[in-house]
Write a protein that binds this ligand. Structure first.
Ligand SMILES: Nc1ncnc2c1ncn2[C@@H]1O[C@H](COP(=O)(O)OP(=O)(O)OP(=O)(O)O)[C@@H](O)[C@H]1O
Ligand SMILES: [Mg+2]
Length: 631
């Protein structure tokens, strides 16, 4: 019922938004809302901007892309600032074809779809409204009706510059249907829709021998020639090519460089001069944003060919690299799984994260800095704070290799491996080890991996595996500590009290007996030793912590056990060290006694309730960690 109601609401909304009037009434609208006459490029830019822009450390994040594109903030920023924005202001880039260049499955089509769907919605809003000459198959801009010799006056009065001339079809219609009275020509509001072929077009190359230019520019309708008497009567022509239909909006050119050249030249004239040739007519003006995409290999061979120089100089190439952040890659997988038919399979916690680590490692280039190995780089890119590295270092790292993110493993490969494993083995639940194994097995049959890369990738599988081992151990150990957070906080408070007394050369007071006590050196050392703070370095370490606490206090921030990375690690290790034997024995015993069984059940319950496991993945995890600890 709900969905039917929504359909009805939607229909009513559309009905309400409809507008129809004469050209002179349209001009009245423009007096009040001159932005209605904006160009296609400007409308796309305003749509992107209207979703909001966040300023984050010297970068702009355009929220428009948030919903579907993950981890490409910087590429999107470049795209907006270097293409959409200047194009909206009628600068010269508008006259070039926007060519998105990036590796396979890197999100190019997703990006174009986002823009198309966005425009469909945006044209339903007040700011994004589009008006067109009624009954025109190309939904021509009504302002084309203004004769050339009056356009200067028009601009003075309305502040709007008109580009493009009235199409042959509408020129004829003005005469035959309106007796030359431009002011009476009917204008209507249109709403972009790819399905209805309004304002959005898509062209994808097929067999070059059979593909006809008519797909782009329309064709003569032979059945009507008899009626109109001539092939050059525009009424005998069907303006139903993709370029016609996309007028006022967006035209997507898939796999552009696979296309026959003759198609490309049409685009050139369209972008460069704002018009294209169809049938036997004068040039037809069109206003549309042309987005094409291609991969790097095709692009390289395209520019290597001298013959393509002219074409090349009329494109603006924008990179769409792979995402390089582990946590964002995880989101990509989650999204792809949600959209697939394996969405009901239980995926154990950390599974996708570990797969993402592997994938990101294959995409990273080694840093020239000796202090940074790929794992560190991976963490820094993901926004982790590592001691000794600042934001500036991360920016520098990003600048080291211009082509980083243009190669490596693609997200589709990962999802395909996961789903084929699930289906082949009829699994109802899958964990990180299953996935790593499956990724590894698949490398041999991956079409575009050289044997050299394969070696590297196998190393990354082991690296990801090691990361997983650490995660798995921590997870189980945490579940063993009765209320982990609480224990960690208590231990840290205790440590800090002692550190404070030590640094101030003061005594502590026993909360029970009121007796004065010296700082508990053994406790402090037992924690510090976990992270290798030596006897000589302990004083400096303790003082540094106190400084951090007072810095926090000054800023009114609360210092907790997460606030100091190394202290957090020390506390965690200390808690785990105390437990190590219990965990080891409990998880690996084949015949647990009653006590152990109770503990195992408790731990499994914690894993299920608090960490997102199901009973089979929790038990698998315990078994695995047991085997790790006994190695
Ligand atoms: N950065 C990203 N953010 C969100 N999703 C992504 C990203 N990169 C890839 N994907 C997902 O990966 C899949 C493939 O992406 P898409 O089809 O857009 O890539 P493409 O660049 O067009 O690839 P191809 O070269 O194969 O045409 C999609 O499901 C998409 O959602
Ligand atoms: Mg694609």
């Amino acid at each position: 019922m709900d969905i039917l109601k929504k359909i009805q609401d939607h229909r009513e909304q559309e009905e309400e938004l409809k507008w129809e009037g004469t050209f002179s009434e349209y001009l009245d609208l423009l007096k009040e809302r001159p932005y209605l006459a904006q160009s296609a490029h400007s409308r796309v830019y305003n749509m992107i901007k209207s979703a909001g822009v966040a300023e984050e450390h010297d970068h702009k994040r355009y929220k428009f892309f948030d919903e579907d594109i993950y981890g490409l903030d910087e590429a999107m920023e470049k795209l907006v600032e270097e293409y959409f924005h200047p194009a909206a202001r009628r600068l010269d880039v508008r006259k070039r074809i926007l060519l998105l260049m990036g590796p396979v499955s890197g999100g190019k089509s997703t990006l174009v779809n986002l823009l198309k769907r966005g425009m469909e919605k945006y044209t339903h809003t007040d700011e994004g409204a589009v008006f067109a000459i009624k009954g025109c198959p190309m939904h021509e801009d009504p302002l084309h009706l203004v004769p050339n010799h009056l356009r200067k006056d028009f601009q003075e009065e309305y502040g709007i510059r008109i580009e493009g001339s009235l199409s042959p079809l509408n020129t004829m219609r003005v005469e035959t249907e309106y007796g030359g009275r431009i002011e009476d020509v009917l204008v209507e509001r249109i709403f972009f829709s790819e399905d209805k072929r309004t304002g959005i077009g898509t062209f994808s190359p097929s067999d070059p021998k059979s593909q006809d230019i008519a797909d782009l520019t329309g064709s003569i309708d032979f059945s009507t020639i008899a009626q109109y008497g001539s092939e050059s009567d525009p009424r005998a022509y069907r303006f139903d090519g993709e370029l016609n239909k996309a007028n006022r909006g967006i035209m997507e050119f898939q796999e552009m460089l696979k296309c026959d050249e003759k198609f490309l030249w049409h685009l050139l004239s369209l972008t460069q001069e704002g018009n294209f040739k169809a049938g036997r007519f004068a040039l037809i003006s069109a206003d549309e944003l042309i987005i094409a995409h291609t991969n790097e290999a095709e692009y390289r061979s395209f520019i290597a060919n001298k013959k393509n120089e002219a074409l090349h100089s009329r494109m603006i190439v924008m990179p769409v690299p792979y995402n390089l952040k582990v946590s964002q890659e995880e989101r990509i997988y989650e999204k792809m799984i949600r959209e697939s038919d394996i969405r009901d399979v239980h995926i154990a916690p950390h599974t996708l994260r570990v797969a993402a680590m592997f994938t990101i490692l294959t995409r990273l280039k080694e840093s020239k800095k000796a202090s940074i190995d790929v794992l560190k780089k991976m963490r820094l890119y993901d926004g982790e704070i590592l001691e000794g590295f600042s934001d500036v270092d991360v920016e520098e790292l990003k600048k080291e290799h211009a082509d980083e993110g243009m190669s490596g493993i693609d997200p589709r490969y990962v999802i395909n491996r996961i789903s084929s494993t699930i289906i082949k083995k009829e699994l109802t639940s899958i964990n990180a080890l299953d996935v790593l194994r499956s990724l590894k097995d698949g490398l041999g049959s991956h079409a575009s991996i050289s044997s050299e890369d394969k070696e590297r990738y196998l190393d990354f599988i082991s690296l990801a595996r090691k990361e997983y081992d650490e995660i798995a151990k921590k997870e189980v150990q945490k579940a063993f500590v009765y209320s982990y957070e609480e224990s960690a906080v208590t231990l840290m408070d205790n440590y800090l009290d002692n550190v404070e007394a030590y640094c101030n050369k003061a005594k502590l007071r026993d909360p029970l007996t009121g007796e004065e006590l010296n700082p508990d050196e053994r406790l402090m050392r037992s924690i510090e030793e976990q992270i290798g703070v030596s006897e000589n370095a302990k004083k400096a370490f303790r003082e540094e912590i106190l400084i951090r606490i007072s810095a926090y206090a000054r800023k009114g921030k609360k210092f907790d056990y997460q606030s100091h990375e190394r202290l957090r690690e020390a506390i965690q290790k200390k808690l785990f060290a105390d437990l190590k034997d219990v965990v080891k024995i409990t998880t690996s015993t084949k015949t647990p006694d009653e006590q152990q069984l109770k503990k195992i059940n408790e731990v499994v319950a914690t894993l299920i309730d608090e960490h997102g496991y199901n009973s089979s993945s929790a038990n698998e995890l315990l078994k695995y960690v047991g085997s790790l600890l006994n190695r």
